[in-house]
Design a protein around this ligand. Structure first.
Ligand SMILES: [Zn+2]
Length: 328
């Protein structure tokens, strides 16, 4: 079939995306019980749930790369009048066995200055945390760029960073320009603008490349980063709702065979993703084959999706992630 026989605004049913296991020096070899995956080579640090290279796992587009699907069917996925055919959000699960580099991401303006489409604002939702779990987030008050430069050179940069304890259920906002580092002890669900730009400032002596000049250009001394308190609404808990994304926990109310997904009738909902933080579920609709949602997997719900129900197959803890579009 050609694309002309498949107009971009066609209805598109929800589909599951296969995770990609991405090696990182600071990761784990054995991801069980989170994922049934044991690495034979390099440890795995990041499990990409919505990367452009991730493969569609169910439905008529099975085997296709997610990035390509966005380019072919962006109006079905994002809704009419989508500003860009790109996949807007990169969602990952991070497993830090060792400290990640101290790093910073550019904002849209700086990314565009260097020819990239967008910067990277992100947030972390703690799926689990050990009692000593910490992250470094932002600079202590009064720290200057000259001081940071000297501390990168001396290997003492940690002294200038704000340290935050992490507890399961925390939502931590990391806007572009915030100097940050993830330290061991937590499993984080990361939602970020779909952007590849990370500037490493300090890497604990590991031989990976640093990007000191650009990291200093990207750094903002004061940002909005920090823990976000949840907002309880009648039909969901809003964990964060900011310029690029919103992350919510949805109660799945059992009623006989299944449960209805709340808020389906909200106007202009657009694309969303459903992630099973724990337990398992199944999406059931009259117009498509049921789509299983096993623990820690993700299903894309296109803007043009037909109505459906979610069946709780046991202890389903459901997180919904959706892009927001900042005003131009
Ligand atoms: Zn980051």
């Amino acid at each position: 079939m050609t694309e002309t026989e498949h107009p971009a605004f066609l209805q598109m049913a929800p589909f599951r995306i296969a995770p990609l296991f991405d090696p990182r020096v600071w990761g784990y070899r054995d991801l069980r019980p989170w994922y049934d995956h044991v690495a034979t080579g390099e440890p795995i640090g990041e499990v990409w749930l919505t990367g452009d290279e991730c493969l569609i796992a169910t439905g008529p587009h099975t085997g296709k790369k997610l990035g390509r699907l966005f380019h072919e069917f962006h109006e079905s996925l994002l809704g009419a009048g989508a500003q860009s055919p790109d996949s807007p959000l990169l969602i990952k699960v991070l497993f830090a066995h060792e400290k990640l580099s101290v790093q910073v991401h550019p904002d849209d303006k700086m990314a565009q200055k260097y020819g990239d489409p967008r910067g990277k604002t992100e947030c972390w939702y703690a799926l689990a945390a050990e009692p000593e779990a910490r992250v470094a987030l932002g600079l202590k008050p009064g720290v200057t760029l000259d001081q940071i430069k000297a501390e990168i050179h001396d290997g003492t940069l940690e002294e200038s960073l704000n340290v935050l304890t992490v507890t399961a259920g925390d939502l931590i906002f990391v806007d572009a320009g915030t100097v940050h580092a993830i330290w061991p002890g937590s499993v984080l669900l990361e939602t970020q603008q779909n952007c590849d730009l990370t500037y490493r400032m300090y890497d604990y002596g590991r031989p990976r490349e640093l990007h000191i000049e650009k990291s200093l250009e990207a750094t903002r001394l004061v940002t909005r980063a920090g823990k976000i308190p949840p907002v309880e609404l009648a039909d969901r808990t809003v964990l964060i709702d900011v310029e690029y994304f919103r992350v919510e926990r949805l109660p799945v109310v059992r009623h006989r065979a299944g449960a209805s997904l709340p808020s389906k009738g909200e106007p202009a909902r657009g694309l969303s993703y459903l992630f099973a933080a724990s337990g398992a579920g199944r999406l059931i609709g009259p117009d498509f084959h049921p789509v299983d949602l096993p623990a820690r997997s993700i299903v894309a719900v296109p803007a043009s999706s037909p109505a459906f129900f979610i069946e709780d197959l046991g202890d389903l803890d459901l997180i919904r992630i959706a892009p927001n579009w900042p005003a131009k």
